[in-house]
Design a protein around this ligand. Structure first.
Ligand code: ZN
Length: 511
């Protein structure tokens, strides 16, 4: 027995070295990816693709090679786990998760997925351009079949969709998601109807249709990010056509934003969103660097950090009490409108066809449409030729509008052409987690609202660092939610947040 346990732990240093090296390759790949989206010259794409593919192959080979086989076998021997520190236990758990997945999926299936999605991307672009779903349908059908095969190899209990969800939100199942979405549907659809029936439509042109120079917008984004506590000694903000954030360690986090010179709010809003992601990465215990534990624990929790800064803070009255006079100084045309008018404008609610342009109230209804369709496709209850009608019927039922064409409907998102099924629900989870965390933060941080109103955002940042960021991926999402808020995820907090906020703006009473 003694020799068995020693065999498990004596190679821990070698295991850690291997993990560090794999992580270095992945982090380098992320940095090349950031450069590709920001500063790479236009003709650099082909060689960059090869460089990134080489790194990906090296990392995959190390993850599945004989050295890793040995480590995984010995670290999983009976009695070994108990000898490991909690962090090493989490490390073995998370590495083991990726290791098992890479062993379960046959190489030919992975290759077929890469080839099919590479082929699908230009087809999707063309189909969207010509508003013709039928062009995309055949290759989409093959992507769905490949995803169903993936699910079979990965294994699941109730729904094959569970196996795909697990990729983005470890442990999440349809059984947990269905009641969350049911609650959102039953509470948000009537809220939207009440808002539309209120007859109130705030003036918005002074925010979204003016002239706001790009360099000043960038400067304002930086000012707010600094106030939030984003550390520019350990991060950057640059421009990219599609805003994103990426990190290679807690000391190097890259944010991007996109500027529309007619719109004074969108760049700031996306900077705050990406800043929330970036501060999560900066806030992780640096001792976890160079391991897969130095990441957000799940996409849903990651998104909760960005949504909280973007919405609970960036679209709040308190925040603009401090920052609106500063915004007016930077952009004098805003002096014609009050803080109340600005607050109403940035919180306008109107059903629209495009998810990424949706407001806080309607956003999750867009996700609900996708969730129901994805689940039916993966469970084999819907055929690809039924997608456009299924989409339009749901848009009409939940949002009261019907897309005029497929580009406004089922062709609008890039995700399916990438082969990503099970990703969309993490956006909604982010909103739900954000509301639940923020509700706890308000109870635990004295005078949080007054602090925000006086421009002090650091109390919230410190609380998030301590409660959520520090553990990185060493705790699972559901453990974090339970520990921080004292209960499992509940859609109630988000629904209450919406009704309280929009009830006040549109003078509604909830019955
Ligand atoms: Zn995000």
């Amino acid at each position: 027995m003694q020799t068995t346990t020693t065999a498990g732990t004596e190679n821990l240093t070698a295991f850690r070295t291997l993990i560090n090296e794999i992580h270095d390759l992945n982090a380098t790949q992320a940095l090349l990816g950031w450069d590709l989206e920001t500063y790479m010259p236009p003709q650099g794409a082909e060689m960059r693709g090869k460089q990134m593919a080489t790194l990906a192959t090296l990392s995959h080979n190390m993850m599945t090679g004989p050295q890793m086989d040995e480590h995984m076998t010995s670290l999983r021997l009976p009695g070994v786990k108990e000898k490991l520190s909690p962090v090493d236990q989490a490390l073995v758990r998370e590495v083991g998760r990726s290791y098992d997945k890479s062993k379960k999926i046959p190489v030919e299936l992975l290759q077929a997925m890469v080839e099919t999605t590479t082929e699908a991307h230009p087809v999707w672009v063309e189909a969207r351009k010509t508003q013709d779903f039928k062009k995309f349908q055949p290759v989409l059908g093959r992507i769905i079949d490949l995803n169903r095969r993936m699910a079979d190899h990965l294994g699941y209990e109730d729904s094959p969709y569970d196996a795909l969800l697990d990729e983005y939100e470890p442990g999440l199942t349809v059984k947990q998601l269905d009641p969350l979405f049911a609650r959102l549907k039953s509470d948000i659809v009537p809220l939207l109807k009440a808002i539309q029936g209120s007859g109130r439509a705030p003036e918005t042109d002074f925010v979204f249709n003016g002239q706001f120079p790009a360099n000043q917008q960038m400067a304002f984004s930086r000012l707010v990010l600094e106030a939030m506590g984003f550390d520019f000694l350990r991060g950057r903000l640059d421009l990219a056509p599609h805003p994103f954030s990426s990190g290679s360690s807690t000391t190097d986090v890259r944010l991007t934003t996109r500027i529309d010179e007619k719109d004074v709010f969108s760049a700031l809003s996306s900077s705050m969103h990406e800043g929330g992601h970036g501060m999560y990465e900066q806030g992780i215990n640096p001792e976890l660097n160079r391991t897969p534990l130095a990441e957000g624990t799940s996409l849903g929790i990651h998104e909760s950090q960005s949504r909280m800064w973007e919405n609970q803070v960036g679209r709040s009255k308190a925040f603009w009490q401090h920052f609106y006079p500063k915004l007016q100084e930077a952009f004098p045309s805003l002096k014609s409108h009050s803080q109340e008018q600005f607050y109403a404008a940035i919180n306008r609610v109107r059903p629209s066809f495009i998810r990424v342009e949706a407001d806080e109230v309607t956003y999750n209804l867009h996700i609900l449409v996708r969730y129901e369709i994805e689940k039916a496709l993966i469970e084999g209850r819907m055929k690809t030729d039924e997608i456009p009608d299924a989409w339009n019927a749901r848009m009409q039922e939940y949002l009261g509008i019907t897309p005029a064409n497929d580009a406004q409907g089922s062709l609008q998102d890039i995700h399916w052409s990438h082969g990503s099924f099970g990703y969309f629900p993490t956006y909604t989870l982010g909103n739900l987690y954000a509301a639940q965390f923020f509700s706890t933060a308000r109870q635990q941080i004295p005078n949080l609202e007054q602090q925000i109103a006086s421009g002090n955002l650091l109390a919230l940042k410190d609380w998030l660092n301590k409660q959520i960021h520090w553990v990185g991926k060493s705790e699972r999402a559901e453990t974090i939610v339970q520990r921080v808020t004292g209960q499992p995820l509940d859609a109630k907090y988000f629904v209450d947040y919406l009704w309280t906020k929009y009830g006040e703006i549109f003078a509604l009473s909830r019955n």
